[in-house]
Ligand binder design. Structure first.
Ligand code: MN
Length: 155
C-alpha cells in the first residue's frame, strides 16, 4: 500500500509533518527539493507521481552543473502535501531537524522505468534535463541511484 512506510515511521501527534494520504493526479506534475538539516544534512528530491511524491535523499546536494553526478538514495514515497512542508521535525521523531524548501516547480517526465527516470525540470534553481539512474554499487540495503544533470539536447 502506498505511503504505508511513510506513515509507519511517524507519529503525527508529535510531528508537524502532514499525514499520508494518496492525492489526485494533476495536469502539471510538481517537483520539490527540501533542504533537511537532520542528524546529517541532506537534500530531499521529490517528484509527483500517481498521487504521491517519489522521493530520493541526496546527501551532497543536487547536481548543479551539466555532467555532474550525485548519489541519490531512493526512499519511501511521501504524500503530496509534503511538498509544501517547511519547519521543524521535533527531536525524537523520524528525521528530526529543520526542513526548508530549497526549490520547487514543475516537471515533464521523458522516461520512467525501474532503472531510469528522465525528466525536464522547470524550477527556480533547477532547470533543464536531469536523469536518475539506478546503480548496483553501495551497501546492499540502500537503493542507490545517480542523479545527473544532462545537456539540454541529446546528441
Ligand atoms: Mn530527509
Amino acid at each position: 500500500m502506498k505511503l504505508e512506510e511513510y506513515n509507519k515511521k511517524r507519529n503525527f501527534q508529535n510531528t508537524p509533518e502532514p499525514s499520508g494520504e494518496v492525492g489526485k493526479a494533476a495536469e502539471k506534475l510538481k517537483f520539490v527539493v527540501q533542504k533537511h538539516a537532520a542528524s546529517r544534512l541532506h537534500y530531499d528530491f521529490r517528484l509527483e507521481k500517481d498521487g504521491v511524491l517519489a522521493s530520493w535523499a541526496v546527501p551532497k546536494g543536487v547536481p548543479e552543473k551539466i555532467g555532474e553526478k550525485r548519489l541519490a538514495v531512493h526512499v519511501e514515497d511521501h504524500p503530496l502535501d509534503y511538498g509544501d512542508f517547511e519547519g521543524d521535525i521535533p527531536k525524537g521523531n523520524y528525521g528530526a531537524g529543520h526542513v526548508d524548501i530549497w526549490d520547487h516547480g514543475y516537471y515533464v517526465p521523458i522516461k520512467w522505468d525501474g532503472k531510469v527516470v528522465e525528466i525536464i525540470l522547470a524550477g527556480k534553481r533547477m532547470q533543464g534535463r536531469y536523469s536518475l539512474v539506478k546503480t548496483n554499487f553501495g551497501s546492499g540495503k540502500q537503493d542507490s541511484w545517480l542523479f545527473i544533470k544532462n545537456k539540454l539536447k541529446k546528441d
